[in-house]
Design a protein around this ligand. Structure first.
Ligand code: AHR
Length: 516
């Protein structure tokens, strides 16, 4: 299903009276109809990701020597902060790391596991955190595990046996091994990745689309024959660089995998290297464009095929990432981005896009959970919540149910990459009489006053307003200080109408009850 969103291209200078308030503040109009449903919001779009990379797992999630950890080595303070993120799906063990991971190294008594040279990030992998540690962690969080197989240096057999080890009830060498390692019942892991970013020359085992398609198909067959209930995620293209063939890769891969893949994995990282606020804040326009293109490619791959197969999008790596990049940073303290307010706003716009594509995006994983391009940042003594933690937590805890298509009339602006970017970026969720509206004001200096009008319902009771903002777009949180945080207040609605003024450079979530 393709949803067309009505919008008006009004430049700020040309905005008519309706878009300017009494104090010349900017104005917008939003119409809400609870029957205009885009699709069911899969909570898995608020997923996350842990990779054996820098201090994400070792020194973040897991730190056996820390007094802050429990008897099994899990950092308790991190666990608490992760729980509040309400993570529904956790991807592991990579990322690029997965393309040289031998899962059998990470099982059995910890002290007997072999350390190995790790080629993705240039370190030594101790293997002390492996399949059991990951699946226990997911269980402690109450999150669904998602394992990404090694289709780089790995074999079909390894992928098949990993599924067997985790999911089979048969009495086999693999399941005996699992029992010997302390786990009698299968875990029943549903989500399995068919490799990571296999189109990138940086990837170990990088292949052409045809070679990957053929290779992944054989792995997929064996994995599904081992456990027909598994859901498989094919590696789509993450390579937008010059000379890359994003659409071609996705098309070819789905020609091979259209009967076996359940999801197409896509990745996107964005940044503000040019220090251009307006352009950076419009990054989700590019995401929307890629989503629409991917939806078309998936439709084409399934058209004329027997049955009613669906392939959804798994946007299983996304975030702001541009400062802590580069090969010179190989080692332990790598990819540690320190986020500011504008990054948090971009994160909120990405989440808006996933909600607005709820009919096709059924998985999304922020990359990553702790320390490495992450919402949670630790030291040996404690942790702090990065700016990007707040929008993610608000969405994951509230924005559930059905995604609604909104009619939005907002002033717009032009930036380096795009024309007609609405200052107000929005999404809406409706769940059993509760309406949630997510609004980013992309304007750097001006508030925007919006009038919301319900088409088919009435507001009932107060509106809870949660605003993520800070003193400045460059404000950062740190140990012991949190200038970027969530401020709570309440607003009053009147019948079918609600007026809210959105502060400059802010993300606001409105939550309220509706009646017929
Ligand atoms: O998340 C960091 C890295 O970014 C992942 O390992 C890789 O998949 C992507 O390129």
């Amino acid at each position: 299903m393709s949803i067309s969103r009505r919008s008006f291209a009004l430049s700020l200078a040309a905005a008519p009276a309706i878009l300017r308030g009494q104090n010349d503040s900017l104005r917008a109009r939003v119409k809400i109809d609870t029957e205009r449903v885009i699709g069911d919001i899969d909570p898995k779009i608020y997923g996350n990701f842990i990779e054996h990379l820098g201090r994400c797992i070792d020194g973040g999630v897991f730190d056996e020597k820390s007094p802050l950890s429990d008897a099994n080595g899990y950092r308790k303070d991190v666990l608490d902060a992760v729980r509040k993120l309400n993570v529904p799906l956790l991807r592991w063990p990579g990322g690029n790391f997965s393309s040289n991971y031998r899962w059998t190294d990470g099982i059995g008594p910890r002290d007997q596991r072999p350390p190995r040279l790790e080629m993705a990030w240039g370190t030594v992998e101790s293997n002390r955190f492996g399949t059991h540690e990951f699946l226990n962690y997911a269980a402690m969080l109450g999150t669904e595990p998602y394992i990404c197989c090694n289709l780089g240096t790995g074999s079909w057999n390894e992928a098949q046996q990993w599924v067997e080890y985790c999911n089979s009830r048969e009495d086999t060498a693999m399941t005996r091994l699992r029992k010997q390692n302390g786990r009698s019942e299968p875990w029943k892991v549903t989500y399995w990745g068919l490799g990571n970013e296999m189109d990138g020359p940086w990837q170990m085992g990088h292949r052409s689309a045809e070679d990957y398609g053929k290779f992944a198909l054989e792995a997929a067959k064996l994995m599904k024959w081992t456990d027909p209930s598994v859901k498989l995620i094919a590696a789509g293209s993450s390579n937008f660089g010059p000379g890359s063939d994003w659409t071609g890769w996705n098309r070819t891969v789905l020609q091979f995998l259209n009967q076996h893949a359940d999801y197409l994995s896509l990745h996107m990282y964005v940044g503000n290297a040019d220090n251009d606020f307006g352009d950076f804040l419009a990054s989700s326009v590019e995401l929307d464009h890629r989503l629409k293109t991917a939806e078309g490619i998936i439709d084409a791959a399934l058209s004329g095929q027997p049955g009613n197969r669906k392939i959804y999008i798994a946007w299983d790596e996304w975030n702001v990432w541009y400062r802590a990049r580069g090969n010179s940073q190989r080692g332990r303290r790598i990819l540690e981005e320190h986020y500011n307010l504008e990054d948090a706003l971009v994160v909120a716009t990405f989440l808006n896009s996933f909600v607005n594509h709820a009919h096709t995006v059924k998985i999304a994983n922020m990359a990553q959970l702790v320390n490495v391009i992450a919402p949670i940042f630790t030291s040996d003594q404690g942790l702090f919540l990065q700016t990007i933690y707040h929008p993610l937590a608000l969405f994951a805890n509230n924005s559930r149910g059905k995604a609604l298509e909104l009619f939005v009339e907002s002033p717009k602006y032009k930036c380096r990459r795009f024309d007609g970017v609405p200052y107000l970026d929005t999404s809406a969720a409706y769940d059993n009489g509760t309406l949630v509206l997510n609004v980013v004001n992309r304007h750097k200096d001006q508030a925007i006053e919006a009038e919301f009008e319900l088409e088919d319902k009435q507001f009932s009771g107060p509106v809870a307003v949660s605003e993520v903002n800070g003193p400045d777009i460059k404000s950062e949180n740190d140990f012991g200080k949190m200038p970027v945080k969530v401020a709570e207040r309440s607003a009053a609605a009147d019948g079918r109408k609600l007026r809210v003024k959105f502060a400059p450079h802010s993300f606001t979530m409105l939550k309220t009850k509706l009646t017929a």
